[in-house]
Design a protein around this ligand. Structure first.
Ligand SMILES: [Zn+2]
Length: 394
């Protein structure tokens, strides 16, 4: 038996509102806390958790950026001649995404989503490496770099595998008894919530499944470690989308040409603009200011949210809709989905959660990047305790 195993399990989209009235993990991890999330999608939240830094520092924020010079997608331009009925189909996009990912050699999560082929050569994808692996951050280090630098034996889930494949791998790593730290990422709840919304009976059913899995993991861990320090946490929550906003039509009605006057990425809750002349900026701003479903986020507010980029890499103007509104069609999807995240972090369904079986949680753990602090201190503590016990046995 080794003395200590810190066990960190991340449940994507298991937000505070999802669990606040649910007895989730009441017996396995009764100490729970509501955490502030980070402005952005999982592409911003997950890197913030694993690095302990905010988007302005690590520069992992939104996936697509206007960057024609560095665009790796030029070879896809001929596809603009294909009929939209084919190219906007999810199944076609999925197949093409796989092909493009291997051709370009991206190591992180990648999806072509719904970026039109007509304009795709103007965009770059900002997450070329996986933040869930060592060396995976756009800037700075993550927890996996730390674990490697300190020679701490660890398990981390393979981001290319589904959670039902990662879960048994976690158990077998624990049963070998050689690791001093474990990090496992389960994205299934996020996908479910996007499809069925946050009020579906399928959501508590999924929570019960996770409880069973976590109980099995704990049982395995207790067979090999005296003290299993369990932390289960999320990156953000999930809001139902009850209002649709066709922002693309509003912008395309202006006497401006995409690619000549401006460029834009329509995310599902944000639109990010780059301008190539003053008239375009004025007209787009005027149009956005008349859209009651959202607002332009000022530089001052972006700075407060720690998602301000002085080089405007992710866009010069960031327009954000209020919770419950979905921009559709967008570059993320042609058709509506039931629920979404990526709203303002102060919106009700943005908040994340942290559950633990530890009686005490330091007061300074208030936002998801603080989970990194916990991971570092638990990993160091386990390494010290576990190597001391090895010395004693020897
Ligand atoms: Zn999601």
């Amino acid at each position: 038996m080794k003395p200590v195993l810190p066990l960190f399990i991340m449940l994507d989209a298991c937000g505070w509102e999802i669990v606040k009235n649910d007895p989730f993990l009441k017996s396995l991890a009764p100490n729970r806390r509501k955490l502030n999330s980070v402005f952005g999608y999982s592409s911003a939240c997950v890197p913030s958790i694993v690095s302990g830094h905010w988007p302005e520092e690590h520069r992992n924020w939104s996936y697509f950026v206007y960057d024609p010079k560095n665009s790796p997608f030029k070879f896809l331009r001929p596809l603009r001649w294909l009929p939209k009925a084919l190219t906007s189909r999810r199944i076609f996009r999925r197949w093409l995404t796989k092909f493009v990912r291997s051709k370009i050699g991206f190591k992180g999560y990648f999806d072509l989503y719904n970026i039109p082929f007509e304009h795709i050569a103007q965009y770059d994808f900002s997450e070329k490496k996986s933040p869930l692996k060592p060396g995976g951050m756009n800037r700075g280090d993550n927890i996996f770099d730390f674990l490697e630098s300190k020679n701490i034996n660890y398990f981390s889930s393979n981001p290319d595998l589904q959670e039902d494949k990662n879960f048994p791998q976690l158990i077998s790593a624990i049963e070998k008894g050689s690791i001093d730290f474990a990090f496992s990422y389960w994205p299934g709840l996020d996908g479910l919530l996007h499809n069925v919304g946050n009020q579906s009976p399928e959501v508590p059913a999924k929570l019960r499944d996770y409880e069973k899995w976590i109980a099995q993991v704990m049982q395995a861990a207790k067979g090999h470690y005296e003290d299993v320090r369990l932390y289960v946490f999320s990156d953000h929550g999930m809001a139902n989308c009850d209002e649709l906003l066709d922002l693309k039509s509003v912008i395309e009605a202006l006497p401006l040409k995409m690619g000549t006057d401006y460029a834009v990425v329509y995310d599902s809750t944000m639109a990010r603009f780059w301008f190539f002349n003053a008239l375009a900026r004025t007209l787009v701003h005027e149009a956005l200011n008349k859209v009651p479903e959202g607002r332009i986020i000022s530089d001052a507010e972006l700075k407060e949210l720690r998602a301000f980029f002085p080089d405007r890499y992710f866009g010069e103007t960031i327009f954000l809709v209020r919770e419950g509104v979905l921009i559709v069609p967008s570059h993320m999807g042609e058709r509506p989905i039931r629920a979404m995240h990526g709203y303002h972090p102060s919106e009700k369904h943005s908040f994340a959660t942290l559950f633990t079986n530890r009686p005490e949680l330091p007061d300074e753990i208030v936002a998801i990047p603080d989970i990194h602090t916990l991971m570092v201190s638990e990993a160091q503590n386990a390494k010290t305790a576990n190597s001391r016990s090895v010395v004693l046995v020897a």
